[in-house]
Design a protein around this ligand. Structure first.
Ligand SMILES: [Fe+2]
Ligand SMILES: [Fe+2]
Length: 174
């Protein structure tokens, strides 16, 4: 029997464009946008349930969380670095991935899935306080918190893995 989470998310998880996010690297050490988005949606679902939100808000929050990084490109690739290198100073700063991808993800998600204005606003503001848009509804606050919980865990794992590999090299050379 399918879980409530599966029923809420299955159409997005089975969408060809969402499956493509398995090929997009994200927070290092093999982490992909797919893994990160799924973990963020699971965290957002869990927080929404613990807060006792209505079924409608649990569904809205979980689906927007799953699509919060649906920007559809690999920001580590050379083409993005080349794109940024055309600019300098403030013009370059405001085009950095961290500042633009919330808006891109919201526009792209809107094209392929039926999202409410509340969900679109939540996706656009998920990088708060790094981005320029402030969360204005409960979906947005839960998604920005869930994203930070998951990203912190993933980046910590990447850093730990790197430190371990350096230690191994040092110990083997002794
Ligand atoms: Fe993001
Ligand atoms: Fe994220």
């Amino acid at each position: 029997m399918q879980s409530e989470f599966d029923l809420i998310t299955e159409d997005i998880l089975n969408h060809p464009l969402f499956i493509e996010t398995k090929n997009l690297m994200h927070h290092g050490n093999g982490n992909t946008v797919y893994e990160h988005s799924l973990a963020t949606a699971i965290t957002a679902y869990s927080i929404s349930k613990k807060l006792g939100l209505s079924d409608e808000l649990v569904i809205s929050t979980t689906r927007a969380a799953l699509l919060h990084d649906f920007f559809g490109y690999d920001w580590h690739e050379d083409w993005f670095k080349n794109y940024l290198s055309q600019y300098s100073g403030w013009q370059r700063f405001k085009r950095m991935h961290a500042f633009i991808h919330g808006d891109i993800a919201a526009e792209r998600a809107k094209e392929h899935f039926n999202l409410s204005e509340r969900q679109l606003k939540a996706i656009k503001s998920h990088m708060f306080p790094v981005c320029f848009s402030v969360p204005t509804n409960c979906e947005a606050w839960i998604i920005t918190l869930s994203d930070k919980i998951v990203a912190t865990r993933e980046i910590s794992q990447t850093v730990a893995s790197y430190i371990l590999s350096v230690y191994k090299k040092v110990l083997v050379s002794k």
